[in-house]
Design a binder for this molecule. Structure first.
Ligand code: NDP
Length: 503
């Protein structure tokens, strides 16, 4: 274990928390909040942000503003060039303010400052990509219906979208959704996680500066069980996009049934890393360590289950453990840190509970398994269990921490069966030098994203989303804009329509 306490900080800790308002109809407001929520930095245990704890009245006000902006405002009705211009200006402002955004992200989530910078700049790139998609959005035509009929398929923005986002990648996940929603012409009510609302509110300020009309984006803070629930239930919202746990995703779906909202869900994963005997084991081991340690394993696409051919199981396990011991864990404000703090006390206890469960179930702990002692901060040793069977809880449930399970297989079909043997289907990685093996595995694994000989790679061009209980719908790519549109089919009669009633 390489616990990095190197003193290479370029930012000091704040001496007092930053105070935020909510953003409704283009104005900063405390809304109906009677109390403030203070966010402590999980890595340093100092107060870093303070938010109004909003309620149902604020949801009503924000939805009314978004409704007005959609039904009577310019946003949906203007040309896509206007929307693209605002998105591009926003991207430029994100770049200009990237260090301030990255610092807030690190202080609230506990992730390394270098990683936050990468995510903020990556997010700017997604805003730029979505600006192009705003102008590329189009429908279809059917000129093959005979001389007298022309068919058109048009796309229209779905309306007011409720957007509920989680705490693991607050700014990046927002960028995978919000600019696409805006590109389609929709208006939005955003509810970030109460733990990490800072960068979403900072973005609201940048959107205003970029010329976004009032009411098009509204940001509410407050508890998910109140504000998130009210958004999911609201009958003036046309679609809800939710990212988070499968449990709350299910609640959101039930709440959305009231007015039959369109729904987009990105939920949990239990993603396999399938390693065949002919794989480049050094490359696979490095990617497996990255895939489970990145963001301290609090990542919906973490490759948390290694499914490996028995002939290379031991060698791969040794390589993984040896690399894991070199990962630099510690103060997220240190420039050299690779893995920071777990984001929340409740969550680290949950992860430790799974580690205990793994021991009790008879899996063999080969690496880690405990907290790293630190004066402050919630650091966990990256943990590896071998001899894990598919029925164990640690192989089935999303742990959302740096805990890796290793299960051996003997035959190709068994590898595929194990890879698919969870209720999830978000992502998978396949390791083989053989084209036939990799492509057959790609075709048979049920997951929305598959990586071959790499992991957690790629940009906004390709869609992301899940099979099975990992979600509904897709984000990013052209699909990411289309997701927030309704299709309208238009048949146009050319020439005289044959009469039905004889005259
Ligand atoms: P949640 O699903 O509770 O939180 C996700 C978002 O939903 C947050 O903005 C939260 O707000 C909001 N929310 C909470 N309750 C409701 C509700 N009743 N209606 C609408 N929105 C609501 O995730 P947790 O934070 O509890 O994390 C638990 C587990 O979920 C993790 O351990 C992990 O397994 C999974 N998860 C998966 C993510 C992914 O990217 N797929 C992301 C985060 C978690 P608030 O935080 O303010 O309560």
């Amino acid at each position: 274990m390489n616990n990095n306490n190197g003193n290479t900080r370029i930012h000091q800790l704040p001496t007092e928390p930053r105070h935020f308002d909510m953003f409704i109809d283009g104005q900063w407001t405390q809304g109906s909040a009677l109390k403030q929520v203070t966010r402590m930095s999980p890595a340093h245990n100092v107060p870093v942000s303070q938010y109004p704890s909003g309620g149902v009245a604020d949801v009503d006000q924000a939805v009314a503003a978004a409704r007005r902006a959609f039904d009577h405002g310019l946003w949906a009705k203007s040309g896509a060039d206007f929307r693209a211009t605002v998105l591009l200006k926003t991207a430029a402002l994100i770049r200009q303010n990237s260090e301030e955004l990255a610092l807030c992200e690190t202080l609230e989530t506990g992730k390394p400052i270098n990683q936050s910078r990468g995510e903020v700049l990556g997010a700017a790139g997604i805003w730029e990509y979505a600006a192009g998609q705003a102008r590329a959005l189009h429908g279809d035509s059917f000129n093959n219906l005979g001389d007298n009929l022309l068919g058109l398929v048009t796309r229209e923005p779905v309306g007011v979208v409720g957007l509920i986002t989680p705490w693991n990648f607050p700014f990046f996940i927002l960028a995978e959704r919000l600019p696409f929603i805006l590109a389609s012409g929709c208006t939005v009510v955003v509810k970030p996680s109460e733990l990490t609302s800072g960068t979403t509110l900072m973005l609201a300020g940048l959107l205003k500066q970029a010329g976004l009309p009032d009411g098009v984006v509204n940001v509410l803070t407050g508890p998910g069980s109140v504000v998130g629930q009210a958004i999911s239930e609201h009958t003036d919202i046309d679609m809800v996009s939710f990212t988070g746990s499968t449990e709350v995703g299910r609640l959101t779906m039930a709440a959305a049934a009231g007015n039959m909202k369109k729904i987009g869900l990105e939920l949990g994963g239990k993603n396999p890393q399938v390693v065949f005997a002919d794989a480049d084991l050094d490359a696979a081991a490095d990617a497996i360590v990255f895939g489970i340690c990145f963001n301290a394993g609090q990542c919906c696409v973490s490759g948390s289950r290694v499914v490996v051919h028995r002939s290379v199981e031991q060698l791969l396990t040794e390589k993984i453990c040896s690399l894991m011991a070199k990962v630099r864990i510690g103060d997220p404000l240190s420039e050299s840190t690779q893995v920071g703090s777990i984001t929340e006390q409740r969550h680290i206890e949950r992860i430790l509970g799974y580690i205990e469960q793994g021991r009790k179930e008879g899996a063999v702990l080969v690496q880690g398994g405990a907290r790293i002692d630190s004066a402050q901060g919630m650091y966990l040793q990256p943990t590896v269990f071998s001899e894990v069977t598919a029925d164990m809880v640690i192989a089935r449930e999303e742990i959302f921490g740096p805990v890796l399970t290793i299960t051996a297989f003997d035959e190709f079909d068994e590898a595929i069966r194990l890879a698919n043997d969870t209720p999830f289907g978000l992502a998978a990685s396949i390791w083989s030098r053989d084209l036939e093996t990799s492509l057959q595995a790609t075709r048979q694994i049920k997951a929305g994203r598959v990586w071959v000989n790499t992991t957690i790679a790629g940009g906004p061009e390709l869609p992301s989303g899940g099979f099975k209980q990992s979600g509904i719908g897709r984000e990013t790519g052209r699909y990411g804009v289309e997701e927030y549109t309704e299709l309208k089919s238009v048949h146009v009669q050319l020439g005289e329509r044959p009469r039905w009633v004889e005259v």
